[in-house]
Structures are given as C-alpha cells and as structure tokens.
Design a protein around this ligand. Sequence first.
Ligand SMILES: [Zn+2]
Length: 104
Amino acid sequence: MLLIDCPYCGPRPEIEFRYGGEAHLARPADPSALTDEEWATYLYRRSNPKGRFAERWRHVHGCGQFFNAVRDTVSDKFACTYKTGESPPESAAAKNAKPENTEP
Ligand SMILES: [Zn+2]
C-alpha cells in the first residue's frame, strides 16, 4: 500500500486521500479582462508532464486539509509533500513548481 505523508498528520494510507489536480495555478486577478480563449485556458488546460509534477492533494478521510505534493508520474513515488502556500524544497524540483507563492 502506498503511504502519503500528510504535512499535518504524517504518513497515512493512500485511500485516505483525493487527488486535487495541478498545483500552483493562480486565478487571474481580473477574469473579465481576459479573452474567452485565455479564460478557457485557465479553466481547462493542464500540464501532463512525464516525471516530477507538483499536485494538490486533500486528506479527505483525515484532517481534511489541502496540501501540495511533488510526485513522479512515471514511478508514482512522492518526492515530498508541503503545506499549501509553501514552495517545494529545491531538492524536489517539479516541472510545474514555482519558487514563489502563487496560491491564494
Ligand atoms: Zn492530514
């Protein structure tokens, strides 16, 4: 069984978690200023890299908190987990991870 390290609770079985999509997506400050194409891109277009990828997860059957994780999409191994609003450690660089805090 795969264990996921919740940054709030510690390691727990994967069945306690839900995938929440790509991490570090910032909502546009003024959506009404965007074109329909730009808005559709923000809403629907996501990265799908082969390798390390920063993702949002939620510990739904535990603390209920959202957090981020860097996971290798090939091996399914988690490089690290970190709280929402934090940056991932440099040692766990992901293709879509941003060094600055871009989440609300
Ligand atoms: Zn938790």
